[in-house]
Design a protein around this ligand. Structure first.
Ligand code: F6P
Length: 346
């Protein structure tokens, strides 16, 4: 009887998703009798019965491609009363034996629920550019995003230097500062602002004035999209806060921070938001290898019937950890990384 395994990619896309899909399909072909079915657009494909067979030719040439050939969505099985029932119906009609769920915190939390509450035999693969998933040293997607930020910071150095300006660069990361810290350190930023450490605008401006007094012709600030001013020095009014932090759609702190810096320092200041460029492009070598390792491991976890577990990187070994551990809380920026970044402020 053929082993029929579904795979879905859910949540925000990122480079490396296709490497996982390819690895799962290629690992499956080593089995006597196994089939892989691609689920379109995350959990929505199981709700809408939108699956298609994946073969070796389906995944030929997709390793270097960003995004996901399956498509993705932020649809959550918990969002509809009849969604679990429809998912179960699709599962039965395609005679699925197992599901591999590739996603971030939201997608994997849903996977945890679908296993615990509805008995779906599934395993998870950690995906996110944010690196905020607990339980794994790194997900795939983060390294590529950091390289994108680093390259942008390098580019913006030249224009800031030519115009003797302060350049504020806003990056993603949802509620954590991993992308800002790694991208800022790699790009040589002069100040890095992260959600884990609310910033005092007076200190930021003093660092920038100090640089100017030292003869620096420019400064680069990397700010995470969910970074907040310290409550004692909150320069954002209610309208600004609504614009920047409205639920589920972060963005805009870079603009308001640049305006406040220019007002307080009288130094020419501009801002740039890297936005969705951090989610695009071809995966880095690190992410291609990690995603491939996760995909192979996930298929083998299916063979081992390790339901409710997630492939994870621990001390450069790929292991399996309970989904419960992965989604219990988000992984905040490590203090050691932030202390290293602070050495270079100003
Ligand atoms: O989780 C990845 C991410 O890019 C976050 O960094 C960002 O805050 C969010 O997704 C954007 O969500 P959406 O793609 O739904 O606009």
């Amino acid at each position: 009887m053929s082993l029929r395994v579904g795979i879905l990619t859910g949540g925000g896309d990122c480079p490396g998703l296709n490497a996982v899909i390819r690895a799962v399909v290629r690992r499956a072909t080593l089995e006597e009798d196994a089939e892989v079915l691609g689920v379109s657009n995350g959990w929505r494909g199981l709700i809408e019965d939108d699956l298609k067979p994946l073969t070796r030719s389906s995944v030929a040439g997709i390793l270097p491609r960003g995004g996901t050939i399956l498509g993705t969505s932020r649809t959550n099985p918990n969002d509809g009363d009849d969604f679990p029932e429809r998912i179960r119906a699709t599962w039965e009609s395609h005679r699925l034996d197992a599901l591999i769920v590739v996603g971030g915190e939201g997608t994997l939390r849903a996977a945890r629920d679908m296993w615990h509450e509805h008995g779906l035999q599934l395993v998870g693969v950690p995906k996110t550019i944010d690196n905020d998933l607990d339980g794994t040293d790194f997900p795939f997607g983060f390294d590529t995003a950091v390289n994108t930020v680093m390259e942008a910071v390098d580019r913006l150095h030249s224009t800031a230097e030519s115009h003797h300006r302060i350049m504020v660069i806003e990056v993603m990361g949802r509620n954590s500062g991993w992308i800002a810290a790694y991208g800022g350190i790699a790009g040589g930023a002069d100040v890095i602002l992260v959600p884990e450490h609310p910033f005092r605008i007076s200190r930021v401006c003093e660092l920038l004035r100090h640089r100017e007094r030292q003869g620096s012709a420019f400064s680069i600030i990397v700010v995470a999209e969910d970074a907040h001013p310290h409550p004692d020095e909150d320069f954002l009014d209610a309208e600004a806060k609504e614009q920047i932090y409205r639920h589920g759609r972060l963005g805009g702190i870079g603009l308001y921070l640049a305006r406040e810096i220019e007002r307080q320092t009288d130094i020419d200041t501009r801002h740039a938001s890297l936005g969705y460029t951090q989610r695009g492009g071809s995966p880095s070598a690190f992410d291609r290898v990690l995603a491939t390792r996760f995909g192979v491991r996930a298929f083998e976890m299916v063979l081992e019937r390790q339901w409710g577990q997630m492939a994870a990187l621990r001390c450069n070994k790929v292991v399996s950890v309970p989904l419960d551990d992965a989604v219990r809380k988000i992984k905040r920026l490590d203090d050691e990384i932030y202390r290293v970044a602070e050495v270079f402020f100003g």
